[in-house]
Design a protein around this ligand. Structure first.
Ligand code: NDP
Length: 242
């Protein structure tokens, strides 16, 4: 058996991130499980990771806080270079732009974009020396189609697409592959309260997606089979708005 590979998954205490952590553990990876504050939920995910044969290190910090990220990660990075980063942490602060408080704009951009910058910069420095690695950012269909009430979120997710496409070019020669997985509507706490009866008719598959239908695509992107795939945005959206 070869060396076990480690993956840092941000925002993995619930929802899509938790499914990614469990799915990757089942595929043989060890997990560095980041979350912000939901410790009990993160511990429950860690138990599932371990049950699937992975080792799990819990890393509570705000991905938008560079000092906190460094304090948590630098000691680990001195020992282990992760094979992959999955930047999944995300928040919404919905509201029409005309009434949007500046903090809601700043926070949403910070979690998605500063978080990507902070984590990807720290890890790529080390991945470069290994000449292999995978980076996946979780985007959103909102970046590609726009969504009323989500100017901040759509801007942040569209920013991730640009960042990923540029980074894919930067790192290609070092065999580090960088992609976006762009979900449509997935059954997590993030979509609680949305008027599903209005949205479902817009989805050709006629249903919301399951978290495993996103994590499976991430698992594929980390696999050898995806070795020639970089700079892409992979929609996982039931055929919505294509
Ligand atoms: P959830 O709200 O269910 O979970 C969000 C996760 O992100 C939690 O683990 C949360 O941790 C963590 N998180 C939030 N802010 C931070 C932060 N500052 N630092 C570290 N961790 C943080 O979201 P989903 O699972 O639904 O979404 C996951 C990703 O998928 C997001 O990027 C989202 O934008 C994207 N997405 C989701 C869609 C959907 O329909 N659900 C559709 C398209 C994209 P804690 O619990 O500790 O706060």
């Amino acid at each position: 058996m070869g060396e076990r590979k480690t993956v840092l998954v941000s925002g993995a205490s619930r929802g899509i991130g938790a499914a990614i952590a469990v799915d990757l553990a089942a595929a043989g990876y060890d997990i560095w499980l980041n979350y912000h504050s939901a410790t009990a939920a993160a511990q429950a995910v860690a138990e599932r990771v371990v049950a699937h044969g992975g080792r799990c290190t819990l890393l509570p910090f705000d991905v938008a806080d560079a000092a906190a990220a460094e304090a948590a990660l630098l000691p680990l990075l001195a020992e282990t270079v992760p094979y992959a980063l999955v930047h999944n942490a995300g928040v919404t602060r919905d509201g029409v732009l005309a009434l949007m408080p500046r903090e809601d704009w700043d926070r949403v951009l910070a979690v998605h974009l500063d978080g990507f910058f902070i984590l990807a910069r720290m890890l790529t420095k080390l991945m470069l020396g290994r000449r292999e690695g995978r980076i996946v950012a979780i985007g959103s269909i909102a970046a590609e189609t726009g969504q009323a009430g989500q100017v901040n979120y759509a801007a942040a997710k569209a920013g991730l697409i640009g960042a990923v496409k540029a980074l894919a070019r930067e790192l290609g020669r070092r065999n580090i592959l960088v992609n976006v997985v762009s979900p449509g509507l997935i059954d997590t706490e993030m979509i609680a309260g949305l008027p599903l009866e209005k949205i479902l008719p817009l989805i050709p598959l006629g249903r919301v997606g399951r978290v495993e239908e996103v994590s499976g695509v991430v698992r594929f992107l980390l696999s050898d089979a995806a070795g020639y795939l970089t700079g892409q945005v992979i929609g996982v959206n039931g055929g919505m708005h294509m």
